[in-house]
Design a protein around this ligand. Structure first.
Ligand SMILES: [Zn+2]
Length: 126
């Protein structure tokens, strides 16, 4: 069970795909920006990251908090089909996290393009 608190969403491949993308983007960002921070294996109560990504992402404490926030927000998103967040009338993120995740998307999006991982951009969230 990937999503512990909202089991019916486990069957939605769009949600699962978006969660994977969020983990990947935050991981790339943390790797590049917080290399000297104390990065540890991330363990969330809400989502089973091991099952979602097949491994345990290593993140600094700040990025772990951002990831926890982002995964919960994506999981409980009531919009269907989900618009890109910047076009959404709701803006459900806490303002601090919203600014942070936009920075993450920009930074990691550029990095993944340079690495030729354009597949990630096909389902960009932001
Ligand atoms: Zn970090």
């Amino acid at each position: 069970m990937i999503i512990q608190f909202c089991p019916e969403k486990n069957d939605d491949p769009k949600v699962i795909g978006d969660l994977k993308t969020l983990v990947k983007f935050i991981e790339v960002y943390c790797e590049g920006q917080h290399d000297d921070a104390d990065r540890e294996g991330t363990d969330l109560k809400t989502h089973n990251l091991q099952e979602l990504t097949g491994r345990t992402p290593r993140l600094c404490p700040d990025c772990q908090k951002l990831l926890a926030h982002a995964l919960v927000k994506r999981t409980v998103c009531p919009m269907d089909p989900k618009p890109q967040c910047k076009h959404c009338p709701k803006h459900c993120y806490h303002p601090n996290y919203r600014q942070k995740i936009q920075e993450v998307m920009k930074y990691s999006g550029r990095k993944l393009v340079m690495r030729g991982r354009v597949d990630y951009l096909l389902h960009l969230l932001f």
